[in-house]
Design a protein around this ligand. Sequence first.
Ligand SMILES: Nc1ncnc2c1ncn2[C@@H]1O[C@H](COP(=O)(O)OP(=O)(O)O)[C@@H](O)[C@H]1O
Ligand SMILES: [Mg+2]
Length: 451
Amino acid sequence: MARKKTLFECQACGFQTPRWMGKCPSCGEWESIVELSTEQIEFLKKTSGTAKATLSGKAKPITEVGEDNITRSTSGSRELDLVLGGGIVPGSLTLIGGSPGIGKSTLLLKIAGNLARSGTRVLYVSGEESAGQIKLRANRLEANHDHLYLLSEINLQAVLNEIAAETYGFIVIDSIQTLYSDETPSAPGSVTQVRTITFELMRIAKSLQIPIFIIGHITKDGSIAGPRVLEHMVDTVLYFEGDTNSELRLLRGFKNRFGSTNEVGIFEMNASGLHDAQSMAGRFFDKEKLQAGSALTVIMEGSRPIIIEVQALVAEAHAHPKRSSTGYDNNRLGMLLALLEKKLDLPLGTYDVYVNISGGIKITEPSADLAIIAAILSSYRDRPLSAQTLFLGEVSLTGEVREVSALSQRLREIHAQGFAKAIVPEKPIEETPIKCYVADEVAKIVEWIFV
Ligand SMILES: Nc1ncnc2c1ncn2[C@@H]1O[C@H](COP(=O)(O)OP(=O)(O)O)[C@@H](O)[C@H]1O
Ligand SMILES: [Mg+2]
C-alpha cells in the first residue's frame, strides 16, 4: 500500500516540512509544527498552482526601470504620518499591533473619520464589534461622516464582495484574528487562514491601489497572536506600546517598506480618543519626587529626545536571586550587574534586582545603561540621587562608558526641562549651560553619583 503523503507546517512562521520536528528550524519556535490534513494539503496545492499560472516574469535592466513616484496622503494625525514615513502610501498594507485595550480601534476609527472628512470613501470592517457599537465610539471620537462606511463581518468573501461592489479609498480590517476565509479548511487565526486573507488583502491593495490597515492583537510576550507570516507579508508593521494605566501610547515602526523604522508616534488617550501628544516634556518623570532607586536619563525616540525615569529595586534575596526588568533588556541587566560585582565589588549575587522604566516605555537604545547603574547603586545604598542630575552613557563589557549619539540635542532637552547637571561619557563639543561631569568608566560614576 502506498504511504499517505504527509505535510507539516509551523504555526508560527509557516515553514513546511515532510516530517515532524520538535523545533522549527526556520523561526526557532518549539512545538509549533503540526500535521496538515489532506484537505489542507489539497488546498495548498490548488492555491500555489494559481499563483504560478499568473506569473508573467520578464526581467528588465535596472537602467530601464522607472522609479515609483510615491504620493503620500495625510492621515490627519501628525504622529501617525511621522511613523509611516510621511503619510499613507497608496496601495500599501499596514499592520497595527498592540495588546487589547491599548487603542488600536480608537486610532483607526479616528483616522477613518479624518479621511472620510477629507473626501475619501472609507470602509471600516469589524469582526469584533457590531456597527452600533462602532457608531457609539465614532460619536465619542467625532468621527461620524457620510463617507465612512461600517461593515460588521467576519467572512472574508463577504468583505471582498463589498470592496468589489463599491469604490473605497481606504480600508480598515479590525481585526485579522476575527476574519476567516471559507475557501480554506483551517481555523481562524491559523497560518493557512492568515496567509490566505493577507494574500487577498495584499492583492486588493496593490491592484486597486487602496491603502489597507489591518489590526492584529498581540500576546503578553509582545508578538502578534497567531502566525508571524503576517509580519513578513505586509509592507509596514507598527506596534503600540504603553501602559494601559497611563494615558500615553507609543506607536513604533518595526518594518516599513516605504520609510525608516526609526520614528515613534506619541499619542495621548482621553475620553474623546487618542490624540497626537502635544508635548512630551515632563511626561515621563517627576523631578519633585525622586526616591532612592530612581535615576533620570534622556533617550532618543526617533528624532526626539525624551527625559525618562528608570527605577531599580535591589533587595536581599531569600532564595535564588532574581533579576527581572520591564522595558529594558534582561540580558543587558545581567551584564551590568556582573560588571558592578567585578568593578565595584558590590556583592549583588545575593540580591534580587528589579528594573522598571516609567510610562511603559521600552528602551531600544543603549544610552540608558549608565542611568540603570545609577538607579541600582541608589537602591542598593538606599540613598536618593540628586534630582538635578541626568545620566547618559552606554556601558561596555570592559566597564568603559561609551559615547551616545546626539549628545548636544540631549543636553539641550535637559536644559529646556530645567535641569542643571549631567553625567556624560565625554566632554560635549558644543558649549552647554549644563554642568557636565565626565565618567568614562563605570568606576568613576561612584565619584559623581550623588552630586
Ligand atoms: N466610553 C469611553 N470613554 C473613555 N474611554 C474609553 C471609552 N471606551 C473605551 N475607552 C478607552 O479606550 C481604550 C482603547 O480601546 P480600543 O481602541 O477598543 O482598544 P483596542 O482596539 O486596542 O483593543 C480602552 O482601554 C478604554 O480605556
Ligand atoms: Mg479593538
